[in-house]
Design a protein around this ligand. Structure first.
Ligand SMILES: [Zn+2]
Ligand SMILES: [Zn+2]
Length: 315
């Protein structure tokens, strides 16, 4: 039976009793530190404590983030901001999607969540108190966003290749006009492959540096969930993040991926699609054709110029 690194003598019968004991034993802790330490101390089973917390966080923040989008769907004022005008996702569609996502959470993700703590511990991820400071969390999470985006770009692009698309990724493309709940609507293989970018990035970082706290991981997973749900929301506002951070992808970017099926493979940022010329949509296609045409014309003119120069020489 897995134990705990937290002192069992401070564990009371109830969580609130444990919290009181921790408060007395560590008056220097801030509220979050006390709540965190009390959870592990009360549970006295670190694998279970991490597994339960991560599962609850996932469900709470994933579905919690979808609710505002479902409300917005029913407010006429916001309809002018819908990217694919006139596309309505019926209640039946949303319910089918939700039940499939829930089934995947319980059957595919839950078993993996239980091995999360042992893997993190193996690579030296900390889960003691005090919790890490804001600056450390900020730079590590920014790095995880970049790492996951790179992983996502290449693997998502690969998933659009013939058999991978047909047998794995097609399920995610059922909705050509996505909505928040559809973010995790995908085949179990896709959930595992693309999910590895989210879970594997912090584990790789920790294996290399031995400098990471599980709390930072939780925070990162929540932000990544928000990113995924928002990217599938189907709404583009004048105040959307990419208007302030031009390299941020957002719904504007991913909606076009669902609409046109080709291009915009990255998750959080626009740079991979920009640099590798895989941007989606008619405008990107027109720009690409114009660039190719200009390049071909320049090449033809150069060939013409060298041709006339050499014919002059032979005259
Ligand atoms: Zn795709
Ligand atoms: Zn998608």
């Amino acid at each position: 039976m897995p134990g705990s690194i937290y002192n069992s003598t401070l564990a009371a019968d109830s969580y609130s009793g444990t919290l009181a004991n921790i408060g007395q034993a560590f008056p220097e802790y801030n509220t979050l530190d006390k709540l965190w330490a009390s959870w592990y101390t009360w549970m006295q089973n670190d694998v279970l404590a991490t597994g339960l917390m991560i599962f609850v966080i996932h469900e709470f923040f994933y579905f919690g983030r979808c609710i505002p989008w479902m409300i917005i769907d029913n407010i006429p004022y916001f309809q002018k901001y819908k990217i694919q005008q006139g596309k309505v996702n019926t209640f039946k569609e949303q319910w089918q999607c939700t039940s499939a996502v829930l089934l995947s959470h319980f059957t595919v993700e839950l078993p993996q969540i239980w091995v999360f703590h042992p893997i993190c511990s193996y690579f030296g991820m900390a889960y003691d108190t005090p919790l890490p400071n804001f600056l450390t969390m900020f730079y590590q999470i920014a790095l995880f966003f970049c790492m996951e985006d790179t992983w996502h770009y290449w693997n998502h692009r690969l998933m659009h290749y013939g058999p991978f698309y047909k047998y794995i990724h097609k399920q995610h493309h059922l909705y050509s006009a996505p909505f928040g709940l559809a973010a995790e609507y995908a085949s179990p293989i896709e959930v595992m492959v693309l999910g590895l970018g989210t879970v594997g990035s912090p584990i790789l970082w920790c294996a290399l540096t031995k400098n990471l706290h599980i709390f930072t991981c939780y925070f990162w997973i929540v932000l990544r969930l928000f990113q995924a749900v928002d990217a599938h929301s189907g709404y583009e506002f004048p105040w959307s993040l990419h208007h302030f951070l031009p390299f941020w992808a957002g719904a504007d970017h991913h909606d076009d991926h669902h609409r046109y099926f080709i291009g915009n493979y990255a998750s959080s940022f626009r740079w991979w699609d920009f640099l590798l010329d895989t941007e989606a949509g008619p405008k990107a296609k027109a720009d690409r054709l114009a660039r190719q045409k200009a390049k071909a014309e320049a090449k033809a003119q150069k060939a013409l110029a060298t041709g006339s120069a050499s014919s002059k020489k032979t005259e």
